[in-house]
Structure formats: C-alpha cells, structure tokens
Write a protein that binds this ligand. Structure first.
Ligand SMILES: [Zn+2]
Length: 374
C-alpha cells in the first residue's frame, strides 16, 4: 500500500468516510486538455492553409480534395478527443465503484466486527462483515476495500485466516492479508476454489466486490486452533460447496457466512441446493448457539428459533415449488406464487446478476435437487 492509499485508508478507518481513487480522473483530464491544446494550435493553422488552398485551387475537383483532407483531419482530432473523454468517463465510473468504507465494532468476548460497504452495495443496502476472534480471522471482505482492510488490521496479530466459504466477497483480501501477516488461509474443501462462478466472475460481481487476489488455501480440519482462540468447524453446504459454520464454544457464538442472509426462503444462486441449506441450518441450530454473526451484517441473539424457522420456510417453499411444477405450472409462475411479495426487486436482481441470483433459480433448484433426493 503506498502512502496515498494508506492516508486514504486511515481517514476511512477513523471516520467511516469514503476512499477515493482519483488516479484515472487525473489521467483523463490531462489527456483531454492536451488534445484540446494541440487542436487549438493545429486546427486554426490548418484552417488558414485550407482557406488559402481553396482560394488558389484552380479547379472544383481540387477544392473538393482540399475539403476532404481538412474534414478528415478535423474528424480525426474530434474522434480522438471523444475517445479520451469516453475513457475518462469510464475511469471515473470504475473509480467510483471502488469507493469503500469500513466500520470497526467491538462485539465483546474478544470478537471484533469489520463492516464493509462499496458504493454499489451501499445503494442496495448490502453490508459485508468479517470478524476477528482473538488471533483468528473469519473471512476477509471484498477486494475493493483492500487498503482499508489492511490498514484496519495493521497492528493485529493474525495466526490463521478461516473462510466460511470461497466466494469473492469473503476471500477478496485473503491473499494480501496472508502475505502481510505471514499466516495460512484455511478453507473447507479448497479443491472447489475455481467453482461457482469464481473461474470467470460476472460483471456484477466484479463491480460489487472487485477481483480477489490469488492465494494458497490449506484444507480446513475439524478445528482451527490459534494462540488466543479456537473454532469448531461445522460443514454447512447449500449456499456453497465449501461452506462451513465456525463455532466459538466459550461465548457460544457461531459465524455462519452466507448460510443466513435473510430470514425465510429467498432467491438463490444457480449452484445452490435448498435441501442442503435446510440440513445445514438445522445442524447449526443443534449447536444451540447464543449468538449468530453473519457475512452480511445480521447479528442475531438466541438464533436457534430463526435458524429453524428459515429451514422450515425453505422446506415449505421447495415442496410447494415441486407440487406446482408437477401440476404443470410454468417455473416463473411458480416463483410468483411461492414468493408473492417483492417481485420487482427480485426481477431487478435477476437482470443485474444476469440470472445468477433469483427466485426462479430457487424453483429450478427445488425441482432438480428434489428429483435427486427421491
Ligand atoms: Zn457467498
């Protein structure tokens, strides 16, 4: 991290403000100014030569040729200036997506929460949270917030980075943090690192979270043991093949990543399996945790009821989806009947994510994996 990034990160870490990348803006502003300056020198001279050539031209065809040459040069300059302005606009747009903020919160029991936002996630009201438990880190946030995350953990001792799963909003800073703190990154079944869209991130995922840096992942065992804390690993697939819940037995806190983003049944990503989700939710509820900390900002005290309630809701929605499909109702109509509220938001998310996240996916997954279960 250079000094400019560090200063920006410090300001953000302290004040919860926005980190601004103005590099692209500066480059385009200078470039367009230069083109205008060149045009200011060259075009009037060309204009004079053009007028002279037009007046002294002996024939109409020569005049026409002069007009074409001048028009060609003028269009060339205009086109170049336009392209540079377009590049500048795109640079500003890209810089804006990287505006991120971080909020550090002491949750007690040796747990610290790091709440992240990028411009786009702020607009959608979607927060990304990662946690420090003693000297263990649970998830790492997304790559757009990299300088802020590095700054916030600059003086922390990190023995291991444990990822609840391998999606880029949870592992976006795993590589840079592992390098900075000289610690391992552990993931359940790391052989799946390149799956579930991570091999080729769709534009919305790049826009929201940024491209995660490369990192080496070690397999996660039944426990992750640090010098100051210990976490039990509970397999929790459904949202992701690599998904786990991490249970801290002293404070009875469970870290569930994306297993519990919203209460009740909801839209899912194309690779998700609602039946595995139900099993995972019940497995975590069986731990009888006192507190549940999620990957997207939801802290739930006494979470057993909400966990079981979500499992029941998913089970009901999946059964209803299967029943309606068997009756011959079309999948999109099934989605509308199973999820009667919030259709507009779901449609917007479906378009934005190019169909990777939707309630329609839930219906399709309920039918596909329901058949597998029979
Ligand atoms: Zn995820």
């Amino acid at each position: 991290m250079n000094r400019k990034d560090a200063k920006s990160a410090k300001e953000n870490a302290e004040g919860g403000g926005e980190g601004v990348n103005t590099e692209g803006e500066t480059i385009w502003a200078i470039s367009v100014k230069k083109v205008i300056a060149w045009s200011g020198c060259i075009v009037p001279r060309l204009h004079n030569y053009f007028l002279f050539a037009m007046i002294s031209a002996s024939s109409a065809s020569l005049r026409f040729n002069c007009l074409c040459v001048f028009g060609f040069i003028f269009c060339g300059f205009a086109g170049l200036a336009w392209l540079l302005m377009l590049k500048g606009f795109l640079s500003r747009f890209n810089g804006a997506t990287q505006q991120a903020s971080i909020k550090v919160e002491d949750l007690g029991d040796g747990i610290t929460a790091f709440r992240l936002h990028s411009r786009w996630t702020r607009m959608l009201g979607l927060e990304v949270s990662f946690y420090r438990v003693g000297d263990l880190l649970v998830d790492t946030g997304f790559a757009h917030a990299s300088p802020l995350v590095l700054q916030a953990l600059e003086n922390a001792t990190i023995s291991a980075i444990c990822c609840t799963h391998h999606h880029e909003d949870h592992t976006g800073n795993a590589g840079v943090l592992a390098e900075r703190h000289g610690c391992p990154v552990v993931i359940y079944q790391p052989e799946h690192l390149e799956t579930e869209g991570l091999d080729r991130l769709l534009p919305y995922r790049r826009l929201f979270w940024g491209m995660p840096g490369p990192f080496r992942a070690d397999p996660m065992n039944e426990r992750v043991v640090g010098r100051e804390a210990e976490l039990e690993v509970i397999s929790a697939p459904g949202h992701s093949q690599t998904h786990v819940a991490l249970f801290e037995p002293v404070s009875r806190t469970v870290f569930v990543g994306d297993l519990f983003v919203t209460p009740g049944a909801s839209g899912v990503m194309t690779h998700e399996n609602p039946y595995l989700l139900v099993e995972s939710l019940r497995r975590v509820a069986a731990l009888e945790p006192r507190r549940m900390l999620t990957g997207h900002g939801r802290d739930v005290h006494d979470p057993v009821g909400p966990l079981k309630g979500k499992a029941d809701a998913i089970e009901r929605a999946a059964a209803e989806s299967q029943r309606l499909i068997e009756e011959g109702v079309r999948p999109r109509a099934v989605a509308r009947r199973v999820f009667p509220k919030g259709r507009r938001k779901d449609r917007m998310l479906e378009i934005l994510t190019q169909g990777e996240f939707s309630r329609l996916n839930f219906v399709r997954a309920a039918v596909k994996h329901g058949r597998e279960q029979k």
